[in-house]
Design a binder for this molecule. Structure first.
Ligand code: HXC
Length: 268
C-alpha cells in the first residue's frame, strides 16, 4: 500500500530498530528506509539479519545488521556504538524486540516469567540507557537544540487481562511505565521524545503465529469493530508519524493501533 507520507519525511535520520529483521520490526525498518532514513537492525539471528539487510539494500536503503541480544548490556552498548560509528549519528531508537509464548500461569516457571520481562522490559530500558548519549541534544553528531526520539512497541493486553499472558502483560505494563518516566525525565532534560505504539492483532507476524492459530484468528474477526486483522503497514505508518516531525509535540503517548479491539464487547 502506498504511503500517505512524503518520501523525505525521515531524510537524513538514522534509526536503530531492535527486532528489526522480522515481523513488525522489519516493516518499520522498510518504511523508515523508504522515507529517507538509514537503518541499523539488531537481532539475535545472523541469517534473519542478513536477509533483512539485503532486502533493504535492494530497495536502495542504507542498512546494516548487527547481531546482539537486548538482554545483554554489553550487546546493547556495542550495537548502539557501531550504529553511530557507521552512520555518524543516531536519531531514532525503536524497541521492537520481544519474547512471547502462551502459558497458563500455573505452568509458567518464574524463570519463564523473568525471561519475557528480561527481553521486553529490561531489554527496552537497557537499549534506551545505552542510546541516551547519542539521542540527547548536544550529543555526538547532534545540534545543541534537537534531541532524538524513542519508540516502544507495546501491546494492549495489560489494559485488561489476557488468558495465558501474565508474563507478557506484566512485561508490557513495565514497558509503558518506563516510556512515560523517560518521556518526563529525558523530554525535560534532553529534548528526547519517548512514545509507544500498542498494536492489536497484526497478520503475518511471529506474534500472531505463536499466539493465535488460524482458528482463533477467524473468531477474533467476528467481534472486532473493524472485522479484520491489522497489517504490519498500519504499525509502520503510526511509527512514521510519531518518529517524524509530524509528531514533534507528542511525548509520553501511546497510539493504540488495533481497530478498536481492546475496548470492544460482545453486542449482547
Ligand atoms: C512455558 C516456556 C515456554 C512455553 C519457554 N518457556 N517457552 N514456558 N511455555 N512455551 C520457559 C522455559 O521453560 C524457561 O524456563 C524460560 O521460559 C526460558 O526459556 P528459554 O527457551 O531458555 O529462553 P530463550 O531461548 O531465551 O527464548 C526466549 C523465548 C523465545 C521468549 C522463550 O520464545 C524467544 O526467543 N522469543 C523471541 C521471539 C518471539 O517470541 N517473538 C514473538 C514476539 S510477539 P525454565 O524454568 O524451564 O528454565 C509479541 C507480541 C506481544 O511479543 C503482544 C501480544 C498481543
Amino acid at each position: 500500500m502506498e504511503s500517505p507520507f512524503k518520501a523525505d519525511a525521515l531524510k537524513g535520520k538514522v534509526a536503530l530498530i531492535t527486532g528489526g529483521g522480522s515481523g513488525i520490526g522489519f516493516e518499520i525498518s522498510t518504511q523508515f528506509g523508504k522515507h529517507g532514513a538509514s537503518i541499523a537492525i539488531m537481532g539475535r539471528r545472523k541469517q534473519v539479519l542478513d536477509s533483512a539487510v539485503s532486502a533493504l539494500q535492494s530497495l536502495g536503503i542504507p542498512a546494516i545488521g548487527i547481531e546482539g541480544d537486548v538482554r545483554k548490556q554489553e550487546d546493547a552498548k556495542r550495537v548502539v556504538e557501531l550504529t553511530f560509528q557507521y552512520f555518524g549519528r543516531l536519531d531514532i531508537l525503536v524497541n521492537a524486540a520481544a519474547g512471547n509464548f502462551l502459558a497458563p500461569a500455573e505452568d509458567l516457571s518464574p524463570n519463564g516469567f523473568r525471561t519475557v520481562l528480561d527481553i521486553d522490559s529490561v531489554g527496552t530500558f537497557t537499549m534506551c540507557y545505552e542510546a541516551l548519549k547519542y539521542l540527547k541534544k548536544g550529543g555526538p553528531g547532534r545540534s545543541s537544540s534537537g534531541g532524538g526520539t524513542i519508540l516502544n512497541i507495546s501491546a494492549t493486553l495489560h489494559y485488561t487481562a489476557s488468558w495465558y499472558q501474565v508474563h507478557v502483560s506484566a512485561a508490557k505494563a513495565a514497558v509503558d511505565a518506563t516510556m512515560r518516566n523517560l518521556a518526563l525525565e529525558w523530554g525535560t532534560d534532553y529534548d528526547i521524545r519517548v512514545n509507544g505504539i500498542a498494536p492489536g492483532p497484526i497478520g503475518d507476524t511471529p506474534g500472531m503465529s505463536k499466539l493465535a492459530p488460524k482458528e482463533i484468528e477467524s473468531s477474533v474477526r467476528e467481534f472486532m469493530p473493524l472485522f479484520k486483522l491489522g497489517d504490519k503497514w498500519d504499525i509502520a505508518m503510526a511509527a512514521l508519524f510519531l518518529s517524524s516531525d509530524a509528531g514533534k509535540f507528542i511525548n509520553g503517548a501511546i497510539i493504540v493501533v488495533d481497530g478498536g479491539l481492546w475496548l470492544s464487547r460482545p453486542r449482547h
